[in-house]
Design a protein around this ligand. Structure first.
Ligand code: URA
Length: 434
């Protein structure tokens, strides 16, 4: 078999066979197929696409490029959640303890953040002493005993994706649905959960800019999940402004705790109830979406979800007292209000730019090796649709020094767009694909 023939076949609109896809992924992972041929193939896929069978074959070939996790020693239904990435996305910190409190096992391998979106692992490290690099043995033991573990990746899962994503990133071939689906689903399938829920972000701060694109991706992801024998659902959510109010690691942890305490409601809680209801119904632990939502709300009302977060922190060697006393979490030494220079109704908040404000303060990673400042970031006081008077605070900057704080306040002001007329907030949940 020759890679040149496969490139020509896809270029001319043909469908690659299962054997051809396996040959290509094995050869590329082993270094036998060069980057220039693989990038030509990716570009051919961008233009010609792949059908469901090809996308599933590509996904499975990627799954088998490395190790896979066998979660069968864990008793009960295991669930995993993935977000396509957004600013201020602290959903896992809320959702995972909620569903674990309802009896679903959470065995989650999570990544670190790069750029303006922090990873769940970074956020969890805000708890003093929290260890994300626990052994596989401890990971399994914690899920069985506590019901939840969230760890940095231990096994060498999906090496083909690491290599392929790095190539796509520099060859203009990231935005192709079959390539995105196989990249995301190969990692989820290799992680071994029975139920997979996907939060597909849509809007200016997301990868998929329009509801149509997001819906196509959501359908592609769930189709491959189901074809691979998993229970799978996707929720399409707005990312035209940051999710919730806090952007920055420890600040996001504080907001997550406030949701788990029942003090903060709104879109964050709604998202966790919607994703959680998908998990509980797919897991067969609730008869209807309404019953699932009631169960999840009860886990907040009776404090069991908050206790589950404390159990998670403790089981991974962190200081669980910080769940109940936020003065034990990292905090920046300087705070400054970013005062509005205009009056009006908030029409837009550039989500990606707000992420960059947090990065400017030291809250994000520029390279994989960069250290991050866990205490810094932004807490927004005004969201889309809100009325703002001149001189009112748009948000509080949490910074390491006065100079950085003043620069960040100016940057944050530039993220806001105003309208003289009242603005209707768009629907936050744009669709659910079951
Ligand atoms: N996230 C991934 O993991 N892979 C993609 O291709 C795009 C987003």
């Amino acid at each position: 078999m020759q890679m040149t023939d496969l490139i020509a076949k896809k270029r001319d609109g043909g469908a690659l066979s299962t054997e051809e896809i396996r040959f290509m992924i094995q050869g590329y992972t082993a270094g036998e197929i060069p980057d220039y041929q693989m990038s030509a193939m990716c570009m051919a896929i961008v233009w010609r696409g792949m059908d469901d069978r090809e996308t599933l074959d590509l996904t499975m070939a990627m799954v088998h490029s490395g190790e896979t996790l066998d979660l069968s020693p864990i008793r009960g239904i295991k669930a995993d959640k993935h977000s396509t990435g957004g600013v201020g996305d602290k959903t896992s910190l809320i959702l995972c303890p909620m569903v674990a409190a309802c009896g679903v096992k959470i065995a989650k391998m999570s990544g670190r953040g790069l750029g303006h979106t922090g990873g769940t692992i970074d956020k969890l490290e805000s708890f003093p002493g929290f260890v994300t690099g626990i052994s596989e043995e401890r990971f399994f033991e914690n899920v069985n005993r506590v019901g939840i573990a969230i760890a940095g990746q231990t096994a060498d899962l999906v090496p083909a994706d690491k290599k392929l994503y790095a190539l796509r990133d520099v060859t203009g071939t990231v935005p192709a649905i079959p390539l995105i689906v196989s990249s995301i689903m190969s990692k989820k399938l290799a992680s071994g959960a029975d139920v997979i829920v996907l939060d597909v972000k849509c809007g200016s701060g997301a990868f998929m800019k329009t509801p149509e694109q997001a819906s196509e991706l959501a359908r592609g992801l769930t189709r491959v999940g189901r074809l691979a024998g998993k229970k799978c659902a996707a929720v399409i959510t707005d990312m035209d402004e940051p999710l919730g109010c806090a952007v920055g690691n420890a600040l996001e942890v504080k907001e997550a705790i406030s949701v788990l305490r029942g003090e903060t409601k709104g879109e964050l809680l709604e998202l966790c109830l919607t994703l959680g209801a998908c998990i509980l119904t797919e897991a067969g632990l609730a008869e209807s979406e309404q019953a699932a939502r009631e169960q999840l709300q009860r886990s907040i009302d009776d404090g069991s979800a908050l206790r589950k977060l404390a159990d998670l922190v403790e089981a991974q060697y962190g200081d669980s007292r910080a769940v109940y006393d936020e003065t034990l979490l990292p905090a920046a030494p300087v705070t400054l209000e970013a005062l509005s220079e205009e009056a009006g109704y908030v029409r837009r908040i550039e989500a990606e730019q707000v992420g960059l404000v947090s990065m400017h303060l030291g809250g994000g990673r520029v390279t994989k090796e960069s250290a991050i400042d866990l205490g810094v970031g932004v807490v927004l006081h005004k969201k889309v649709g809100d009325r703002v008077e001149k001189g009112e605070s748009l948000g509080t900057i949490h910074a390491s020094d006065e100079k950085k704080a003043a620069e960040a306040a100016e940057l944050l002001r530039r993220c806001y767009r105003f309208s003289a007329e009242p603005v209707e907030k768009p629907a936050f949940i744009k669709g659910v694909v079951r």
